[in-house]
Design a protein around this ligand. Sequence first.
Ligand code: MIC
Ligand code: SF4
Length: 642
Amino acid sequence: MIAKSLTQKIIDAHYLDGKKIPGKEIALKIDQTLTQDATGTMAYLQFEAIGVPRVKTDLSVSYVDHNTLQSDFKNADDHRFLQSIAQKYGIYFSRPGNGICHQLHVENFVIPGTTLIGSDSHTPTAGGVGAMAMGAGGLDVAAAMAGMPFRIKYPKIMGIRLTNELQDWVSAKDIILEVLRQIDVKGGVGYVLEYFGDGVDTLSVPERATITNMGTETGATTSIFPSDNVTRSFMKSQGRENNFKELFPDQGVEYDKVIEIDLAELEPLAACPHSPGKVKPVRELSDLPVQQVGIGSCTNSSLKDLEVSARILDGRTVSPDLHLTVNPGSRQVVDHLIESGSFGKLVNAGARILENACGACIGMGAAPSSKAVSVRTYNRNFKGRSGTKDADVYLVSPETAAATALTGKLTDPRQLVMPYPKIQLPETFRVNTNMIIPPLEPETAEQIEIIRGPNIAPLPDFPPLPDTLEGEVILKVENDITTDHIMPAGAKILPFRSNIPEISKFVFEMVDPDFSNRASEKGGGFIIGGENYGQGSSREHAALAPKYLGVKAVIVKSFARIHLANLINFGIVPMTFADKAEYEDIQMGDQMILVINDLTDSQICLKNLTRKKEYQLRHSLSKLDAQILKAGGKLPWIKTQV
Ligand code: MIC
Ligand code: SF4
């Protein structure tokens, strides 16, 4: 018998069909789903359109954590819509202010050995509890709620061996930053990252969750830790021991690739602007003046993260040269901080306490000043994401962030003259689920009326694709274009997530402010891009809004996984160059023709009428993907199936 990895065990237990060969498509049964409000409104509009009376998963949860600024009626309308949808369709609803979806899911719902998909790219956070948890577009989550399988490319497995133990002042964030230093933002594509080795035993579940959370930034399908005694104690401390299941890889499992991290050798690290993969030791960056520090986000807002920060700040004052924001992961975290007195320590040191929500991480308030250096415990530092175009964002551990908050300069926390505050997690957490509304009984649920404010626009209709796509190149972009470039977030734009006509006016706003107008005028066209196109978020608006503007095909050197799936779901043809050098040849304004009558053919020809040239294209579309594309996208395709 072949020794199996954690991932292979979970896949085998959820396998429905497909070839278990790396890169080939397989279908999985999905046990749990989660959504957050910024992607959830669209996901539930699509779920409604599919037309099943109640979710078919074991558990589905709708969180509200992104759009909580409520500068006008729009966010609040979305919240009411989401709450009524949850009640109608058998979904748990986590009320606004309860906390960040990933932190809450780890506290309340994750079960080792299960499958989870979420309409948020950091859903792999749950891999810290031994679940196979993946980010997906909202439509894929809607389909899973309707009981349909989730399709992924069968992954390769990268074993990450952790040995020894972290030194004082070095923490889980530095481990994932080291992974990023080694494999960068594309190194995880096609892989699941599995952690093993004796170093694993030294990490608590929230620390593991920090690592699996930010594994997303490597492009990996997901990341996972075994479910061991540490997991058992954590679940017990959350009153959920009955959900515990042990899960280990088989002895002698062979990984497709192995990387090694000696925890004892690690030092405080930082990801430099503007990529989570540009990692350097903090000591090499010391003395850089800093204007803002942010502690929190789904990466580092657990009790341990905020306790450590509070103890470092205890009795001192945040440097007058900067301001410090803290966004706790959940009410449970806050409750414990109050109990231990640490909340007061943060407040008295001068921290600006934000809501238990995504907040500054997604540019919802607390934008840094012009040309500021902002040091954050978050997971993404893409240009402009903070809300300030010319700000430089560094990603660090809570220890480094708190030390920096005191000195006003990027500071290696080992320079602080104090003993390292070692945090003991509570044996029993203060569990209080009163802000999570459980599903209604089916008879009562049926009576619920869905509440739709004026910001909830109906879904646009997309017709089947013709055999020939014609048009101009309306945009040419470089490598590593993120979904934050394609469909920016932030306080101005996020409120339109349930309104495609409105949000589409902001597509590529930071790259080319004219894009949306030009696309509409020209009746759409083609986008040409470089490597890793669409990295970052799971937001399907990065496909849906360009589609609304008439984008027909995106032709690039390579794609990021979730965005590729989203393009297919919304009927935009995704192709890659057979010869990457041909990217250079094509210019904005070139007239193109792409014949797609047979998408099962692995070679497709792109004609450039302006330059009188032909280019060979490749794709990784399965037969099913081809059908979905031709139908105009996944929703019309599902309708043909029902
Ligand atoms: C993000 O961190 O970029 C987000 C906002 O959480 C996104 C989801 C979204 O765009 O709504 C993600 O990571 O998937
Ligand atoms: Fe929210 Fe930021 Fe986490 Fe995305 S990365 S889920 S915006 S906290």
